[in-house]
Design a protein around this ligand. Sequence first.
Ligand SMILES: CC(C)(COP(=O)(O)OP(=O)(O)OC[C@H]1O[C@@H](n2cnc3c(N)ncnc32)[C@H](O)[C@@H]1OP(=O)(O)O)[C@@H](O)C(=O)NCCC(=O)NCCS
Length: 159
Amino acid sequence: MIHFAPMDDIDRIMTVMQAAFDPFYSESWTRAQVENTLALGNCHYTLIAESGEAAADGEQAVGFALTRSVVDEEELLLFAVLPQHRRRGLGSALLAMVRRNAHMRGIKRIFLEMRHGNTAESLYRSNGFTPIGQRPKYYRAKDGTKIDAITFSLDIDAH
Ligand SMILES: CC(C)(COP(=O)(O)OP(=O)(O)OC[C@H]1O[C@@H](n2cnc3c(N)ncnc32)[C@H](O)[C@@H]1OP(=O)(O)O)[C@@H](O)C(=O)NCCC(=O)NCCS
């Protein structure tokens, strides 16, 4: 398989992935899913260090984002910060990096699907995202409960 991301970057993504997502919602991805997505060529990842800067080679990543771009739009596929590093602004800093990187690629709009009730909602709203739609029963929790998704969008040029 061709890898467009170094293996140690995939390790750093997976370390955050395995600790950050609540298994009840089955939202985390397997390593194979991440590798296959990054091999598509239109998917990008961002790693953030504890300092709030982009994680340098070999430095521990405390958060990551994974996005997929199509023409001038980019979808935020995964976004997470390690539990012990939350509520210190790293999520917002990571989102700002995603936005800057997308802007440099000529992206005009970022969008994402969020599980209804996720605490990330206030983070997205305070960073300029607005809800543009709802997908009823889009997610399925471990107990079979179906949960709506809210689609959020950010017009990059307007911010
Ligand atoms: C969502 C997530 C990335 C936020 O990371 P973070 O580093 O805590 O984010 P920030 O510190 O930048 O938070 C920014 C703001 O978002 C809001 N926020 C974040 N987490 C919150 C929580 N648990 N409860 C209430 N508000 C919260 C607050 O307004 C916060 O600002 P404040 O701390 O000044 O009040 C993190 O909680 C996470 O990894 N969650 C699990 C994975 C996930 O659900 N990802 C989103 C998928 S759509």
